[in-house]
Design a protein around this ligand. Structure first.
Ligand SMILES: *Cc1c(COP(=O)(O)O)cnc(C)c1O
Length: 377
């Protein structure tokens, strides 16, 4: 078995991509919200079933600029706090901090690793301006409870939906919850544009600010209305997106087969706890997390990580360490986060992607089941 990584980006047939970029070469319009960008934006808006969508060069800048567009900093005169969780990719917390806001850490739930609404209200004070929960691994946050707490306190909710592309919760596209949702189209995500991202939003008043912020805040040839940056998705990446969107449903179906196989093979292993799947969520099978309880399993998460690596299988300690345990954010306010700490120490994400052969899944499960006694056939 050659090296198996935790993910392997989907790519279309080269000819399909060439057909899509031929008009870009012919037109010499390479970027700056050109025709391919606009076509792709419309197609994605339909696919995600959202009322507003703005494309970005990556998910991180999409989130940073969504925060900026909501002018959260202005509202709190530079002292605003944003509640999020320490169990996320560092991008979420950087996006808050880079907007001049203070991240406040809330614990997560043990069953789905998303923000725990029971722990939320105690962290809200007069400086709180927003909540940025994360749909971890494609598990959907308790959007209804978070929404009602937020509206009671007049707070904005922006979801980090980097893991949740194309999912629905109780039949609603996941990009419709809260004030906005960020999606990432990074190569390693379920749907990729090589690098890319988007903000889905409800209130049409944000269409123009988001559009201008990604292009230096330029309003028109003679007016610059905001301190923007450069976060435009170019025509080539948009073309990649158009190609990959044609295949996304097949990719998700193939991921489901991989996920089903893991669940079949690992469900009986003592000490291996699988993320329960819910009936009311249509999943994208973005990740395959396993929680390894060292007491019951007999070995630790790090043991499994190393054992898999010895066999050329590169799983990920995703997310480790918890972000309120790294020097940059250790001093940030928040509640106790024992669940986030525990999960970050015991979770491992296994390889999952559309082209992962089921025989490889069987081999990975064999290694995990054997608890260090695995012999190659
Ligand atoms: C990937 C990811 C991001 C950042 O997205 P990019 O497109 O890589 O900039 C943010 N948050 C989470 C949870 C992610 O997984």
């Amino acid at each position: 078995m050659g090296r198996i990584n935790v993910t392997r980006p989907f790519v279309p047939e080269l000819d399909e991509f060439v057909d899509e970029i031929r008009p870009v070469f012919e037109s010499h319009i390479l970027t700056n919200m050109g025709p391919v960008y606009n076509r792709f934006q419309g197609m994605l808006k339909d696919y995600l079933n959202v009322s507003g969508l703005s494309l970005f060069v990556n998910g991180h800048m999409a989130l940073e600029m969504a925060i900026q567009a909501f002018e959260l900093d202005g509202k709190a005169q530079g002292k605003g706090e944003v509640i999020t969780t320490p169990f996320t990719f560092v991008s979420t917390v950087h996006a808050i901090a880079r907007n001049g806001l203070t991240p406040v850490f809330c614990d997560i739930k043990k069953d789905d690793y998303c923000l725990d609404p029971d722990k939320l209200e105690g962290l809200i004070n007069e400086r709180t301006v927003a909540i940025i929960p994360v749909h971890v691994y494609g598990n959907i946050c308790d959007t209804y409870r978070i929404g009602s707490i937020a509206s009671e306190h007049g707070l904005k909710v922006i979801y980090d939906g980097a893991h949740a592309f194309g999912e629905t919760y109780r039949g609603t596209g996941v990009g419709n919850f809260g004030d906005a949702t960020m999606f990432s189209f990074h190569a390693t995500k379920v749907f990729n544009t090589i690098e890319g991202g988007a903000v889905a939003f409800k209130d049409q008043r944000y269409t123009l600010p988001l559009h201008e912020l990604k292009n230096f805040g330029i309003h028109d040839e003679e007016h610059i209305g905001a301190i923007g940056g450069n976060a435009k998705l170019d025509e080539f990446r948009a073309a990649m997106g158009i190609c990959n969107l044609r295949h996304i449903d097949e990719c998700i179906a193939a991921r489901k087969k991989v996920s089903d196989r893991y669940r079949e093979k690992l469900s009986g292993v003592d000490g291996i706890v699988l993320n329960p799947l819910r009936e009311d969520i249509r999943y994208n099978y973005a990740y395959m997390p396993v929680y390894i309880d060292p007491e019951a399993y007999g070995r630790t998460r790090d043991d499994v990580y190393k054992e898999l690596k010895r066999h050329g299988i590169y799983s990920r300690k995703y997310f480790y360490p918890a972000l309120n345990e790294i020097d940059l954010y250790r001093e940030c306010p928040g509640g106790p986060t024992p669940v986030a700490h525990d999960v970050s120490m015991k979770i491992l994400t296994l390889p999952i992607y559309d082209s992962l052969p089921l025989e490889t899944v069987d081999e990975i499960c064999g290694i995990i089941s054997a608890k260090g006694r695995y012999q190659r056939k």
